[in-house]
Design a protein around this ligand. Structure first.
Ligand SMILES: [Zn+2]
Ligand SMILES: [Zn+2]
Length: 217
């Protein structure tokens, strides 16, 4: 793996301004610290005995759009190799998919519904992974555009210069290095999403988001 990584030693990505959704992230653990209540509602699954389901509210104001519907469908379409079922309506702003045996719905207002979890920590882990997956579709407070446009600097407001990142120093860097060697965009996108989901911190994960513009059109 060492040799493969050495072929893509450095990536140049934007440095994002304070307040940009790519700086803030959608980390469930951080949201739970800020808003202890009204974030996570856990109930038994109606369809499967012994399993849990949860509603997770990423936004405080469910009347407002939290995700951009078009971007939501586009990015999940690129991640869909990892799903066993997938449908998305950009008009309705609803995505539904089955991922690692969990049934997931994402709504434009920032609500996630997660079904068939085994326990509370499974819910939290799944919610965190899902929020990383849909991060690029979240609307940014700075430019009011989806994060994907901040990542590609298309919004024109969220980047303050560039930074060089050494891929092999990132904790899940081998997934990114692998993605960059693949010719097939769909497969490459799958590995970029794995990197985004499996990176331990949002600061590492954002490197993958910064590359998504190349894979999501
Ligand atoms: Zn932004
Ligand atoms: Zn922006």
């Amino acid at each position: 793996m060492q040799r493969a990584v050495a072929q893509v030693p450095e990536l140049v990505i934007p440095r994002y301004v304070d307040g940009c959704v790519l700086r803030k992230g959608l980390e469930i653990g951080e949201l739970l610290k800020i808003r202890k209540q009204a974030l996570l509602y856990v109930h038994p699954c109606a369809s499967e005995r012994g399993k849990l389901m949860a509603d997770v509210e990423l936004s405080e104001d469910l009347e407002k759009d939290f995700f951009d519907g078009d971007t939501l469908c586009k990015i999940l379409e690129s991640a869909a190799l990892g799903f066993s079922q997938f449908k998305c309506s950009s008009n309705l702003g609803v995505a539904k998919f089955v991922w690692k045996g969990r049934e997931i719905s994402v709504f434009r207002n920032g609500k996630l519904k997660i079904q068939r979890c085994v326990d509370r920590s499974d819910i939290l882990r799944t919610a965190n992974r899902v929020s990383r997956l849909v991060w690029a579709a979240a609307l940014c407070d700075v430019c009011k555009r989806p994060a994907l446009e901040c990542a590609t600097d298309r919004c024109g407001k969220c980047s303050k210069g560039k930074q060089a990142v050494r891929v092999e120093r990132l904790p899940a860097g081998e997934l990114l290095a692998h993605a960059m060697k693949l010719q097939d965009r769909k497969r490459a996108a799958y590995f970029v999403f794995r990197f985004i989901v499996e990176s331990p911190t949002k600061e590492d994960a954002v490197v993958g988001i910064s590359l998504l513009g190349e894979f999501v059109s």
